[in-house]
Design a protein around this ligand. Sequence first.
Ligand code: CA
Ligand code: CA
Ligand code: CA
Ligand code: CA
Length: 450
Amino acid sequence: MKKIIPFLILIVLLVDQPSHGYEKSDINIEDLPSKEDITGFVHSFGMAIKNNFFSSGNIYEDLIVINGEDSNNWLSKAMKDYYNFTGMEYNGTEVEQFVNSLSLTEEQRAAIALLIYSYIQTANENNMNSMFRIINAIRETAPIIEKINSSTVRGPYGLFVIGGKENDVYTSPGFIIETGGDDIYRNMNNSFIFDSMGNDKYRNIDSINGSCVIYDEEGNDNYLNTCTASNGFALTMDLNGNDRYNGSICSSYNNSLALLFDASGCDIYKGNERTQCYSESSFSILIDVSGDDIYDAKNFSQASSFDGVSALIDLSGNDMFLARNASQAFATGSNNKGVAILLNMEGDDYYQAGDNSQGYAGKMGFAAIIDFIGNDIYKAGSYSQASAPFMGVSALIDVDGMNKFRHGAFSGGFMMGGISFFMNNYEFRGDSRVINMLNKLDFDISDFFG
Ligand SMILES: [Ca+2]
Ligand SMILES: [Ca+2]
Ligand SMILES: [Ca+2]
Ligand SMILES: [Ca+2]
């Protein structure tokens, strides 16, 4: 798997291809949708997210595959293994008594056990395959777990909670299944949170030397400094609602992976620097499927990367992107290549940034801002809108619409040592220039994740 673009397309198509790992994909660049295809593609993808997010599978079979053996009490076995994983000393009888006291069906117990095991595996492996595994486990178990009807019960060691319709407050790391109420989560480095209902608040839930997984199904939620990783793994999936993402969101440092997936609603992203899909020797992916979204940040934001990969993909809606310098597809490398892609499929969009933005590639950088449909406005400072003053490759590609561009000096296809493409009203399919450009991006993601 050498090419990053097919990989990103696979991420976008994740909903349709639940059982395939990324290595098996081989999407031909020439199969990229044409101008005429794109509106239908975006709409059908939006429908697919809504209709096919949940999947059915055999939870017991999955548990046996992960463990290599069967069990007649999956949940207490999984809880003990979770305590082992966290380093917590426990009394086995106490754990069993707690599990027996829970008012859960057998299937609900097995579903929670599968999430525990998938989370432990993800935290131990910290790679793309384990990310796909935990996403699939959530898709498989969510329809079962959301039917849990319980009041809040905390496990014998606090780390494990089944939360009910009360408005609960959580302030220490743990494994939490929440099925009701407007809940608050604070300062929970390295946690697993499944929340199926309510307008919730997430504060400082980061992944430092560990893993955080958040799945939030309903409600208008508020996130602050969440989905940020350093030497770790951060996954946040929010299925419904008009959400707010403040502070450091989808930022990754030091061999990390951060994935933020928001499936619907009109969302507001508001932050300072190094946010909204920023990476440093790491991998950040922000996917926002639908809604009119506002992205507002300062320097090094909205698909900005040093030595890593940042991909911000907004599929539809009339979006506004506001940033300062080195943003909206800025990439530079030193030890590794740096890759930054801002991909916007449909909608009348407004992009505003400072210098070195909207397709700026520094040395060993690849940066592309690609917008398919809509009447868009682009404003930027110098060295922007496809600028490659050193050895990088940069592009601004807008496929359709009445677009307006304004920029400072050394912009709009400027190149000195590098290669840049400024293409307005551009037909993707079959154009050799884009294929040549992609071929220059001989990028191996296993540099980051084995
Ligand atoms: Ca609750
Ligand atoms: Ca929620
Ligand atoms: Ca949302
Ligand atoms: Ca557009």
